[in-house]
Design a protein around this ligand. Sequence first.
Ligand SMILES: [Zn+2]
Length: 158
Amino acid sequence: MAPDSARTICRTVTEADDGAETGGILLGRVQDDGTAHVRHAGTPGPAAIRTPNYFLRDLAHAQHLAEAAFRTDGSIWIGEWHTHPRVDAVPSPRDLLTYSTLLADPALAFDVVLAIVIGPLLPIATTRVVGWACTTTGVTAVSIDSEVLLLPEELRGT
Ligand SMILES: [Zn+2]
């Protein structure tokens, strides 16, 4: 994960201290060997739906970010990230339904949907940041390689 992406996620999680989920899209490339490079992480956008147990990105905002990232470095939409303020960093049944809908859409041509789930947010000592590779055959936890701490220092001890 590129440092700027990790910083965007840190900042967005810190700002969303209202108990509602937050998140955004992930843009980059998936190499032939299966390694995903996250070059840009999105913010939720003004029209995102944020509740304590559900997040839906602002589609127009996400499309704008995707177009800008593609122009910048050829990055494409490879997945999404979101928080679970109160529950573990495991995709919920509703999350899995979202990912399978994306995988089933031929226009999107996803072989794999990359998901990063962060939770629970309190207490901070229990927070985990977990990457998930979602395909039509199942969901697997994957490691995240980032030079930047994905958890903001400001959240610690609060
Ligand atoms: Zn979720």
